[in-house]
Structures are given as C-alpha cells and as structure tokens.
Design a protein. Structure first.
Ligand SMILES: Cc1cc2nc3c(=O)[nH]c(=O)nc-3n(C[C@H](O)[C@H](O)[C@H](O)COP(=O)(O)O)c2cc1C
Length: 160
C-alpha cells in the first residue's frame, strides 16, 4: 500500500535541498521559469543533470516545447527570487538582470552557479516530468547557497 500523501510531503520536507530557478526560453521568445529543488547531477561523462517539473506548471509547457533549460543555483541573498519564481504565471522576469545562455535560457545574475542544458531525455513520472539535460555550459561563483528545509529557508553554516 503506498504511503499517504501527508506523510510523504512531511518526510520529503525533511530533506535539506539547495534552491534553484529553472528557466527556459518559450517559443514565443519570452522567458519562463520556476523555483525547483528537485534537481540532481546524473552523470559526469557525459555531463548530465536532471530536474523534475510539475506537469501543471506553466514552465512545464515551455520546457517541454523548447527542450532547453538552465538551472540557476540561488545564492543566500536570493530568497526573494525563490519566492517570486514559486508563484505560477505572470511576468516573473520584469526588471530582473539576466542574460541569455548558449541555449537561449535566461541566466540570473548573482546566483551561486548555473548549468545550461539541452534535454536529451524527457521521462513521464506521475504528476511530474523528468527532464534529463546534457550540460552545454556551466559556471559558479563564490556566493554562498540558499537552502530549503521543512518549509523554511536557511543557509550553510561555514565550518569553524
Ligand atoms: C522551495 C520550493 C521548491 C520547489 N520545487 C519544485 C520542483 O522541484 N519542481 C516543481 O515542479 N515545482 C517546484 N516548486 C513549485 C513551483 O515553484 C511552483 O509550482 C511555481 O508556481 C510554478 O511556476 P509556473 O507555473 O509559472 O511555472 C517549488 C516551490 C518551492 C517554494
């Protein structure tokens, strides 16, 4: 018998995760994106990562169509962006400083790092879709990361 939804949510919330904003370029030429913690590295050779995107999200439509996405690793100072991109629909980019990656997906300035990907595999998985992306470009900064744990934001405590 599968686990009940409430328990499942509570247990998953106990897994501390880095916060990302997954962005893509819509076929209408507009940028789209959502806050996501369901991100992981998959393979070093070739360089692969994955993100899991809710089928009901607006970004899903555009990731599915464009087959390109960038995963922006939010920095400690970007909690406001996490909240902004966790609201569905509307123009989330507005006055936000961004630039286009090699694939065309927007990169957010001030992030802790990013991977820019072409989706090589799109897997149907329950109410989400798993996008496995080949990494075309990547970079990181010295900015400390933003974490999410049990419904609250946090940061990495540097080792003494
Ligand atoms: C901390 C946090 C983590 C989230 N992680 C994911 C995720 O991994 N995948 C996902 O599809 N949605 C995730 N969400 C929810 C989306 O950000 C939210 O549904 C968003 O409104 C979708 O925007 P869109 O409909 O404009 O694409 C997360 C939200 C928060 C606050």
């Amino acid at each position: 018998m599968p686990i009940d939804k409430q328990t499942f949510r509570r247990v998953l919330g106990s897994f501390a995760a880095g916060v990302t904003v997954v962005t893509t370029l819509g076929e209408d030429g507009q940028p789209y994106g959502l806050t996501a913690t369901a991100f992981t590295s998959v393979s070093l050779e070739p360089p692969l990562v994955l993100v899991c995107v809710d089928k009901r999200s607006e970004s899903h439509v555009h990731c599915h169509a464009s087959k390109v996405f960038a995963v922006n690793f939010l920095s400690r100072d970007q909690e406001d962006l996490s909240r902004r991109f966790a609201v569905s629909g509307g123009d989330k980019f507005g006055d936000l400083p961004t630039h286009r990656s090699a694939t065309g997906a927007p990169l957010l300035h001030g992030s802790a790092g990013y991977v820019d990907c072409c989706a090589i595999n799109v897997i149907d998985a329950g109410d989400h879709t798993v996008f496995i992306g080949q990494v075309e470009s990547a970079d990181c900064s010295d900015a400390p990361p933003l974490l999410y744990f049990r419904g609250a934001y946090g940061e990495v405590k540097p080792k003494a």
